[in-house]
Write a protein that binds this ligand. Structure first.
Ligand SMILES: CC(C)(COP(=O)(O)OP(=O)(O)OC[C@H]1O[C@@H](n2cnc3c(N)ncnc32)[C@H](O)[C@@H]1OP(=O)(O)O)[C@@H](O)C(=O)NCCC(=O)NCCS
Length: 200
């Protein structure tokens, strides 16, 4: 269960790929927004922080050890613009567990693009990477993310009550999960969450 290098792959509307220093401005366009940072661990970022991460943490494109994470860029094919990013982390090699997260530039929201991107990253996780179970941890106030989890076919496994002092507030967290066989079932004939968008 590992990934040596993020190989770019495409869906109907998107190209998923590793990030490069050329993505700095596009990342800054949404990672500086307070509205984007409400329910994510990071605070609004500066250009310098983004530039630094692009050559350190976000330059990593391999998943081999517990705790390794990759940040996958979401590029809109039509415009060529980087419109968001998806994180994928190995939480336990032994247990075959991974964690997914997503951030979309709100200028591109409400069109199903984050759903399309996350769905394709689940293909990568359960396919090439051989992960067995993927989770998402979502603040209960983050209704857009909760809907996204549900659309992806993720099950709510837990509601943690005031488990975290998050940005100065004791917050509740929902844990969503999906197993490889559950994801595969959504691609059987007559699926509820059919896949018409991933092309390898
Ligand atoms: C979470 C986040 C990525 C969701 O973005 P989004 O725009 O709602 O998600 P999508 O791009 O998949 O769009 C889904 C919406 O498009 C609509 N839509 C339109 N066309 C669609 C299509 N072809 N397929 C699916 N949905 C479509 C859906 O109905 C849905 O709208 P609804 O939520 O009002 O029902 C975004 O809100 C975000 O980046 N938030 C800040 C970062 C964050 O909190 N990350 C999560 C940390 S856990």
């Amino acid at each position: 269960m590992h990934l040596e290098q993020i190989r770019p792959f495409s869906t109907d509307r998107l190209r998923l790929r590793g990030l490069t220093p050329q993505d700095q401005e596009a990342l800054y366009a949404y990672r500086l927004l307070a509205s984007v940072c409400l329910f994510v661990p990071f605070e609004p970022m500066t250009r310098a922080e983004i530039a630094e991460r692009l050559v350190t943490r976000w330059a990593n494109q391999s998943l081999k050890h517990d705790g390794d994470g990759v940040l996958i860029g979401i590029e809109e094919i039509a415009s060529g613009a980087l419109i968001g990013d998806i994180s994928l982390q190995i939480t336990s090699l032994h247990d075959g567990n991974g964690e997914i997260g997503w951030v979309l530039n709100p200028a591109f929201g409400g069109k199903g693009l984050a759903t399309e991107a996350a769905h394709s990253v689940l293909h990568l996780a359960f396919g090439e990477m051989g992960i067995r179970r993927v989770i998402a941890r979502v603040d209960t106030r983050n209704t857009a993310s909760i809907r996204l989890c549900e659309t992806l076919g993720m099950r709510q496994e837990a509601h943690l009550v005031e488990n975290e002092l998050f940005k100065g507030v004791y917050t509740d967290e929902l844990n969503f999960a999906i197993l490889d066989r559950e994801f595969a079932r959504t691609h059987e004939p007559n699926p509820i969450n059919s896949c018409g968008s991933h092309s390898g």
